[in-house]
Design a protein around this ligand. Structure first.
Ligand code: PGA
Length: 255
């Protein structure tokens, strides 16, 4: 049994005050959670948001990390620094990092390894661009991103990770993928992991869908047997819309 997971990716949003008050408001609006809930604020808010999350049974995630533990890497944040702040999860390879900061699959692979080394659970993001989709290359692109990112790991690590299928064209666009597209992507991701590691690891990995997820469509994704939750951007920014989404998700997984 895989525990459903909903993760909020706040990207570069919110002041410190907004970030902390979100958590207390969300906890009032969604007090009973069977679903694992993760909030990923900006680095500078991790300590304060983490404290509020711990009091309310919410897990803490970072949006990125660097692969070295320490050193002369101005502006970067290392895995042990995140661990020290009580971070549980770390988003790696988000399409905005790939696009605006030119992150490559090889760099993403180093980051995934570094996360495991310091006992952080990676939320690895993969997904095709609109151009790749139109060229019928979706499955090939996803399989390539997953196999490069996971190269050199072992089944015992891989089974713990989270992979978010996020079609680039669906992120922040209001155009989500169909539930069946997410399901097919999830199936392909498990097939790649099954070939590279083991069927047990393939079955244990949690796969999220991300890209314009809202309260109104979350059930379409959770209905898919291969999809275990969602990575949510826009709809995670207001406590009431995120609480609504989490409560719809909860209804969907208990049906
Ligand atoms: P969105 O973002 O929900 O605003 O589409 C998702 C993401 O970037 O993870």
């Amino acid at each position: 049994m895989r525990t459903p997971l909903i993760a909020a990716n706040w990207k570069m949003h919110k002041t410190l005050e907004e970030a902390v008050s979100f958590v207390s408001r969300f906890a009032v609006l969604a007090p009973e959670r069977k679903i694992e809930t993760v909030i990923c604020p900006a680095f500078v808010h991790l300590a304060a948001v983490g404290e509020a999350c711990r009091k309310n049974g919410i897990k803490l995630g970072a949006q990125n990390l660097f692969w070295e533990a320490a050193g002369a890497f101005t502006g970067e944040v290392s895995p042990p620094m995140l661990k020290d702040l009580g971070v549980d999860y770390v988003i790696i390879g988000h399409s905005e990092r790939r696009e605006h900061f030119a992150e490559t699959d090889q760099q993403i692979s180093r980051k995934v390894k570094a996360a495991f080394q310091f006992d952080l659970v990676p939320i690895l993001c993969v997904g095709e661009t609109l151009e790749q989709r139109r060229a019928n290359r979706t499955m090939e692109v996803i399989a390539g991103q997953v196999s490069t990112a996971l190269h050199g790991l072992n089944a015992a690590s891989v089974r713990k990770m989270v992979i978010a299928y996020e079609p680039v064209w669906a992120i922040g666009s209001g155009l989500s993928a169909a539930g069946s597209d997410a399901g097919a992507a999830g199936k392909r991701i498990r097939a790649v992991i099954g070939e590279m590691f083991s069927l047990e690891a393939a079955d244990a990995v949690r796969i999220l869908y991300g890209g314009s997820v809202q309260a109104e469509n979350i059930a379409d994704f959770l209905r898919e047997t291969e999809i275990d939750g969602a990575l949510v951007g826009g709809a995670s920014l207001a406590a009431d819309s995120f609480a609504r989404l989490v409560s719809r998700a909860q209804e969907a997984v208990t049906v």
